[in-house]
Design a protein around this ligand. Structure first.
Ligand SMILES: N[C@@H](CCC(=O)N[C@@H](CS)C(=O)NCC(=O)O)C(=O)O
Length: 221
């Protein structure tokens, strides 16, 4: 059986978990934290998530895992058949990772561990995030899914990458992304209302205490 390595508080872990559940692929969830010997054994970057396929191959990088699952388990497709439309799904995933999640992630230590943020970092994050939001607004239709009438991998990817950006933006940048991104509010509700999303969110909440203990262990070491 497939094994997903990581932890339920991780947004990147939850992208892959959501895809596995959406496609109905049986898997085992192996709870393991970043940069531990166990995680480094399955992902050379030591980051969550990683996945061990049914043939025993270890793979990492959430977008690679999503692509792998689509290739290896083509039932219940999460990408359109048309090559251009498939590339548009990947484009939205890439833009939301590079220009929305990653800049916001730079301020996660401030959000989670109260590490003070310097003005230069805050200004750089705001600048990249502005470009990311403008690009998302140019590409997304939210009608009702991010790229049209069908749920795609882009919806699942965006749900978890935007969550970090929303938390960082509202807590540190005094910025409400729901007002910056027309359609985001209704789409977020639609995405949150499924049984799969509810399970993932409940698992995340249940993991919060253990994850915070892991974070405070890092601060001490
Ligand atoms: N590009 C990676 C990012 C994964 C990532 O940053 N995971 C976080 C958890 S949400 C992590 O492991 N952080 C700890 C670290 O970077 O050492 C992916 O798409 O899987």
């Amino acid at each position: 059986m497939l094994t997903l390595h990581g932890f339920p508080y991780s947004n990147y872990h939850n992208i892959v978990k959501h895809v596995l559940l959406q496609k109905g692929i049986p898997f085992e969830e192996h709870i393991v934290y970043p940069q531990t010997p166990e995680m480094l054994a399955v992902n050379p970057m030591g980051k969550a998530p990683s996945m061990t396929t049914e043939s025993g191959t270890h793979l990492s990088e959430s977008s690679v895992l999503v692509d792998y699952l689509e290739d290896a388990y083509p039932d219940k497709p999460l990408y359109p058949a048309d090559a251009d439309a498939r590339a548009q799904v990947r484009q939205l995933m890439k833009i939301s990772e590079l220009y929305i999640e990653l800049p916001a992630r730079r301020l996660l230590p401030t959000l989670l561990a109260k590490v003070p943020a310097d003005d230069k970092t805050v200004s750089e994050v705001r600048g990249v995030l502005t470009n990311g939001i403008n690009s998302l607004n140019a590409l997304a239709s939210f009608s009702p899914y991010v790229l049209g009438s069908e749920l795609t991998a882009a919806d699942i990817y965006l749900r978890y990458v935007i969550s970090v950006a929303q938390q960082v933006a509202s807590a540190i940048l005094q910025w409400d992304l729901r007002t910056e991104i027309p359609g985001l509010s209704d789409w977020s509700e639609l995405m949150a209302g499924t049984d799969i999303a509810k399970k993932i969110d409940a698992d995340k909440d249940a993991n919060a205490k253990e994850f915070m203990a892991y974070i405070s262990g890092l601060k001490k070491s």
